[in-house]
Design a protein around this ligand. Sequence first.
Ligand code: ADP
Ligand code: MG
Length: 322
Amino acid sequence: DHVANQIAAGEVVQRPASVVKELLENSIDAGAYSIKLIIKDAGKTLIQVIDNGKGMSATDARLSFERHATSKIRSAEDLFSLNTKGFRGEALASIAAIAHVELKTKQDQDELGTVIEIEGSEIKNQEVTVTPTGTSLCVKHLFFNIPARRNFLKSNNVELRHIVDEFHRVALAHPDIEFLMYHNGSESFNLPKSNYRQRVVNIFGNKTNEKLVPVVEETEVLKISGFVGKPEFAKRTRTEQFFFVNNRFIKSPYLNHAINSAFEGLMKDGSHPSYFLNLTVDPKSIDINIHPTKTEIKFDDEHTLYAILRAAVKHSLGQFNI
Ligand code: ADP
Ligand code: MG
């Protein structure tokens, strides 16, 4: 069973940033409105996420590390109308298979909480503890028992970049939640609860404010909201390209193309538009259950979506006389 856990773990956890993503999403699913991410050495020695969400009972805390133990799917129907991020019940089991994990958690109605320590799927300790309402998940020594994986990790700069990317994605998808991030003891981000525009500016800097053009569109089947960057502020990198579907960060080369094509004729060669766009669609019209890391998605009617998205961005750029 430990071997099965390790193999499955490799699918879910590719690098420290994968752990960050799973933990942040669990905190959001738990209804937290303040989430703190603490990392050391680009996550290679420590990744900790502390939230003020609903916490877990002692029994649920123990169960949360069992493979396919998810509290989030109640029926097959739920699979098609997913509102939560997690739905496979694999993340914690996978992480616990390949790291040293300490979980501290307490529900509001309980006086005392639970602490559980696990190393490579083995429970080392479980006790009652004094802890605030919410959950702290502390992941140390990632890949301690898989040297090949550990040795394949990139430099701290590269791994940190991946973590920051995940942090940006989650923070942009949830401006109504406060996020803090610390790396090696110093504050990297302090993002108070705010509106979407302010969240973008808090992450990417005050200069971002003047370049944002709102994009708004609503049809019977979808809603688009968010911002694109004015063409004259276009970047040589794609670091400011964010596309969310129902609050989930999505990579879609096809829809990325729709946005780029709306900028046609306005851009200098080799530069890329900035965009921070949210799409809201009926969950029944998408399929997100196609990859464990869940950044890809299938739409029922991609062609229509492409056309609407392109037109909406073009319209916004036109309205602002660009
Ligand atoms: P999934 O998110 O797919 O359900 P996970 O392995 O990520 O699977 O988590 C397993 C379960 O542990 C969750 O379904 C949830 O009940 C519980 N859990 C995990 N993290 C938290 C948290 N931060 N707060 C409350 N409950 C949590
Ligand atoms: Mg999860």
